[in-house]
Ligand binder design. Structure first.
Ligand SMILES: [Cu+2]
Length: 303
């Protein structure tokens, strides 16, 4: 929300600046500003939406392309049709690439990228100040010299204040679910039968905490999926087994014979109890789109 609000405010400032300086900028400079702004706005929105709507790449791509195109075109609107085209196409490209990036990287990595792209978007403001110098020396006066310092100061305050505010807000949000999740996992552990071997796989940053599990044939296993991410994860595998009828849980069931599926919502823990009946090596994966590719795959070896 903070990022989207920043982009909106930034667009407004850019529009005002573009309107003010359309006379002192030649078409080429207008095009460069529109390109720069459209592309970086698209990238910022793209990474943000890509990570927020992970798993729905189509939606995040379309939305970020729209944001990038809108930003590029209204900025270009003051410099003529060429700049509008330049802005639209750059916004489209930035939004598309940003959304793909957001889809593929994890949350921690996205924070850095969003900051970088937002910073670049803000740099657009400096272009309005810097570009006219090169070709049109007449407009150079003392007021223009003051502005970069003023802008730099404002932006520094905005960044330091805004980002730390957003981070505080985010950590206060994520505190609550983890509290609940602790209580929940205690409940889960209470239900586990004494004779079963408990294996806990944590899902964090779109990775399983362990990808190689060795068990014995005919030993009852309680597999726990502890999802610490803000996105859903699951464990699915085909393994010759019989299910323990005593611990049927909601959502965790073999839809077909020997298919085990454990699905855990963000910040929650789910489990499934089963007994492997044949030795061999069996692969388990996360079936959420893109997760297997980013490393959510492992093996259960039954001796
Ligand atoms: Cu997953």
């Amino acid at each position: 929300m903070f990022i989207l609000a920043s982009l909106t405010v930034l667009t407004l400032i850019v529009v005002i600046l573009a309107r003010k300086s359309k006379k002192i900028l030649n078409p080429m400079q207008g095009m460069i500003i529109s390109m720069f702004f459209g592309m970086n706005t698209g990238l910022t929105a793209g990474v943000l939406l890509g990570i927020t709507f992970q798993g729905d790449l189509f939606f995040s791509t379309v939305l970020s392309m729209a944001i990038g195109m809108l930003a590029g075109s209204i900025c270009g609107g003051y410099f003529g049709i060429l700049s509008v085209l330049e802005g639209i196409m750059s916004g489209l490209m930035g939004g598309m690439m940003g959304a793909m990036l957001g889809e593929m990287i994890n949350e921690e990595q996205s924070v850095g990228l969003i900051r970088l792209f937002l910073f670049l978007s803000i740099i657009t403001l400096f272009l309005f100040v810097l570009l006219p110098y090169k070709k049109n020396q007449k407009i150079q006066n003392k007021i223009w010299l003051l502005r970069p310092f003023l802008l730099a100061t404002c932006i520094t305050f905005y960044f330091v204040g805004g980002v730390s505010f957003a981070e505080k807000h985010m950590s206060s949000i994520s505190m609550t679910p983890s509290q609940e999740h602790n209580n929940h996992s205690n409940n889960v552990e209470n239900k586990i039968e004494n004779n079963s071997q408990v294996i806990t796989i944590k899902a964090e940053n779109t990775k399983y905490s362990q990808t190689k599990i060795v068990v014995d044939k005919n030993q009852t296993i309680t597999l726990i999926l502890e999802n610490q991410d803000n996105i859903e994860h699951d464990i699915e595998m085909k393994i010759p087994s019989h299910n323990d009828t005593g611990t049927k849980l909601n959502h965790n069931h073999g839809t077909e014979e020997n298919l085990i599926h454990i699905h855990a919502e963000p910040k929650s823990t789910e489990q499934f109890t089963f007994t492997p009946t044949d030795s061999g090596v069996y692969e388990f994966i996360c079936t959420i789109r893109g997760h297997k590719e980013s490393g959510m795959v492992g093996q259960i070896i039954v001796n």
